[in-house]
Design a protein around this ligand. Structure first.
Ligand SMILES: Cc1cc2nc3c(=O)[nH]c(=O)nc-3n(C[C@H](O)[C@H](O)[C@H](O)COP(=O)(O)OP(=O)(O)OC[C@H]3O[C@@H](n4cnc5c(N)ncnc54)[C@H](O)[C@@H]3O)c2cc1C
Length: 279
């Protein structure tokens, strides 16, 4: 379908972009890679009156290491994340859709969009990452735990631009990423991200588990994390912890699977991701 009519600007500085957003009011929208927003507009599920394209705004792309944290510019593409050597995040980014989407879609766009079926939100959440945003009233940092509010809803304000992402590198952790979909390039029916840090005696010193598409927001598998942390890392302990992966989740039933099937998937994928992460 053809989108409703809209105005378009491509400012050359962040200040100009913020001014355009402010002047455009609540019907103005940031445009990044366009791979979520434009399909919604074509389906007439979104009808912004103004698109503020960030592609000419300098300083929003690139990946830098700052001590133990990766700082990733909001306009950094999924492809650049794949190439960036970011461990679990790079592996997950390589599984996003097809090359066309990975070349255009951005990490800032996927986090601002807040789709619980997207790969990066649960990863940022489980890693205890954060995003930096700029608005008319200045800059603020939002922890991932405070960012995802509901289905396609984040705590970003209409006049704010997400400028960068801080992703802890979790050096010394093993990781595993398990994504289940019917066709290779589809969104996850369920996905599980796991990091495990082994102690000197081989026990589980720390563990982080993120769940994709198990509720209206990304989730952490807190019960499974608590079951494993501080204990042995053998097959039985991993299986017992993974069996709790769906605790507290509310996966949406859809054409692909019932909620019950998704809960089952979460436990299986969690076990596999933990096994991989603890090798
Ligand atoms: C066929 C197809 C398959 C896909 N499969 C997957 C998949 O398997 N896994 C997955 O994770 N994703 C998938 N995606 C989505 C893809 O990753 C998108 O790139 C991503 O969701 C949105 O990023 P974008 O840069 O395209 O954002 P856009 O579409 O440009 O924007 C999305 C939303 O975020 C807002 N926004 C964007 N950037 C900013 C910013 N810097 N500050 C504030 N607001 C901002 C926009 O206003 C809009 O509301 C798929 C997309 C398609 C078309």
């Amino acid at each position: 379908m053809i989108p409703a009519q809209f105005d378009y600007v491509a400012p050359e500085s962040l200040d100009e972009a913020l001014a355009a957003l402010r002047d455009g009011g609540e019907d103005a929208k940031v445009l990044a890679g366009g791979h979520s927003l434009l399909p919604l507009m074509k389906l007439r599920l979104a009808a912004p009156s103004l698109l503020v394209d960030l592609r000419k705004v300098p300083g929003l792309s690139g990946i830098e290491r700052d001590n133990g944290t990766w700082r990733i510019g909001a306009m950094t593409t999924h492809y650049a994340v794949v190439q960036g050597g970011l461990g679990l995040a790079s592996e997950a980014a390589s599984l996003i859709a097809d090359p066309q989407v990975r070349y255009r879609g951005t990490i800032g766009g996927t986090l601002a969009h807040g789709d619980p079926a997207s790969d990066m939100p649960a990863i940022l959440l489980a890693a205890d990452g954060s995003v930096t945003v700029r608005g008319a009233s200045g800059e603020r940092e939002i922890a991932a735990a405070d960012l995802f509010e509901d289905y396609l809803t984040t705590t970003l304000r209409d006049d704010e631009v997400l400028t960068s992402v801080s992703l802890p590198a979790l050096d010394g952790y093993g990781f595993g990423y398990e994504k289940f979909n019917r066709r290779k390039e589809d969104w996850a029916m369920v996905a599980v991200a796991a990091w495990v840090k082994k102690g000197a005696d081989g026990s589980c010193e720390d563990v982080r588990i993120g769940l994709t598409h198990m509720a209206s927001t990304p989730l952490r598998a807190t019960a499974a994390e608590n079951a494993l942390r501080g204990g042995p890392l053998d097959a039985d302990a991993i299986a017992a912890a993974a069996a709790q992966a769906a605790e507290g989740t509310e996966p949406p039933a859809d054409l692909n699977a019932t909620a019950e099937y998704k809960r089952h998937l979460a436990t299986v994928l969690c076990r596999r991701a933990l096994e991989q992460a603890s090798q």
